[in-house]
Design a protein around this ligand. Structure first.
Ligand code: PHE
Length: 457
């Protein structure tokens, strides 16, 4: 069968593809979310489980998603329908694309609110409010900012507008050039901040919190959160990576591109933790602070460093940029589906999806002020939306993707697409994809809802 061609041209080379996927992977998940959930889930043992999930479950699923994307060469919904029909005669596999596209919109709704905070913090930093601040001052800046919903709504709208603008014009690939410079800049700045945090923070306490595993702190729920975050941080389980795979040239290696993305993503998350936790322990900030953790600790290092106002602004600008390139991956499946399947213009599609997401995001905006006392199940509205999307929808999406790639796509098709031979690397991918990943995801999900109680309690 002749291979399908993509509708909008190919990536110029593998590097462009790695940049695009890492642009989607590296974002708030690494720098804002990873530290705060690590703090909430007791540190070391959680980090270890997270790393296992990233490498043993996340990486093979990422390869599967790229592989399916390149086979289908359309938006995730159409791709899953086409490849599903070809491989099994079943079109209903498109449910993966539908679920993922929705999950992307739900995630974008809260993601943009936090990105709005980061955007606002560029200006707070440059104004010098953090210079010489104590932990109490920094916490005060945070709570008075997030406590007033009109300003949060404004910054949130500004950020979502930035995302819609790029996607409406179909110029996201223009950002790839910027990623090439700004990604290393972010990594370099994080490295400098780690050194500063080492000098000004309690590095020993921070380090051992992150890496000394105390498994008694690990609950079934923490394991689920670690798994959900592995999906969230790698942008998998919802078709974002599949959408990028649609433009990957035939001869590019999926395995090495995935490995590169996974490594960069992990290093950035660990570096963020190594900046934040030493500051947390030296300044009496609570590690289980929650979503405000980064915003209440990071400014402390800027307050203590020469030129901190500028470095702070630079940091938040780089973070906002990283969030921007990620948010594109969240909205693109919905927009490209509307364009390809519903034949509306990109501008209309982006505005429609953006408008719906904006409405949903108001729930998160209000979770930190007007509705902060309105809690149920997992906590605030934000906590519930995040839990549903990150810890349920992404793992379920990932489970279906890995089952599809491992059991439905025939061995020859996947061997042909992955092009890593049929030797040990291919067999490892297949074992992980067919057995390890689906079983692990299933067990973790069941264990967390209490159907099975593996912890024996
Ligand atoms: N991976 C992104 C981050 O860590 C979030 C994201 C999830 C982006 C899913 C696209 C798709 O910030």
């Amino acid at each position: 069968m002749a291979k399908r061609l993509p509708l909008q041209g190919l990536w110029s080379n593998r590097m462009a593809f790695v940049l695009a996927v890492s642009g989607s992977a590296v974002g708030l998940g690494n720098i804002w979310k990873f530290p705060y959930i690590t703090g909430q889930n007791g540190g070391g043992a959680f980090v270890l489980v997270y790393l296992l999930c990233v490498f043993a479950i996340g990486m093979p699923i990422m390869m599967s998603e790229i592989m399916i994307g390149r086979r289908g060469r359309r938006n995730p919904i159409t791709t899953m329908r086409l490849v599903g029909e070809e491989e099994s005669g079943q079109a209903w596999w498109q449910i993966i694309g539908v679920g993922g596209t929705l999950a992307g919109c739900i995630i974008l709704s809260f993601y943009s609110v936090i990105a709005g905070w980061a955007l606002a913090y560029i200006f707070k930093s440059i104004s010098g409010v953090f210079m010489g601040s104590s932990a109490a001052d920094v916490a005060e800046v945070f709570s008075s900012f997030t406590g007033s919903w009109p300003s949060v709504l404004l910054w949130y709208t500004a950020f979502l507008g930035m995302t819609v603008a790029i996607v409406a014009n179909g110029v996201q690939r223009g950002l790839e050039k910027a990623v090439r410079i700004l990604r290393p800049a972010l990594m370099l700045l994080l490295l400098v901040l780690v050194l500063f945090s080492w000098r000004h923070g309690d590095f020993e306490a921070g380090f051992s919190f992150m890496f000394a595993s105390d498994f008694s702190k690990l609950t079934a729920n923490s394991v689920l959160v670690a798994l959900g975050h592995a999906f969230f941080t790698l942008s998998i389980g919802m078709g974002a990576v599949m959408a990028y795979g649609a433009y990957l040239p035939e001869d590019s290696s999926i395995a090495s591109a995935s490995l590169a993305v996974v490594i960069v993503d992990t290093l950035i998350a660990l570096a963020a933790g190594l900046v934040i936790f030493p500051l947390v322990f030296a300044n009496g900030v609570s590690p289980s602070e929650g979503p405000g953790l980064m915003f209440k600790s990071m400014p402390l290092v800027f307050g203590a460093m020469p030129g901190g106002a500028v470095f702070g602004a630079l940091f938040f600008a780089l973070l906002t940029f990283a969030a921007w390139t990620s948010s594109i991956g969240l909205i693109e499946p919905a927009v490209s589906w509307m364009v390809e399947a519903r034949h509306v213009s990109r501008v209309r599609a982006a505005l429609t999806v953006g408008g719906l997401v904006w409405l949903l995001g108001i729930a998160t905006v209000l979770s930190f002020n007007a509705l902060s006392d309105f809690t149920f199940l997992r906590g605030t509205l934000y906590a519930n939306i995040d839990f549903l999307a990150s810890n349920i929808l992404l793992p379920v999406g990932g489970l279906l993707i890995t089952v599809f790639a491992g059991w439905v796509v025939c061995r020859n098709s996947s061997a042909d697409e992955l092009a890593i031979g049929t030797g040990v690397r291919f067999r490892l991918w297949r074992a992980l994809t067919r057995l390890v990943a689906p079983l692990a995801v299933l067990l973790i999900l069941l264990n967390a809802v209490g159907v099975l109680n593996l912890s024996g309690g």
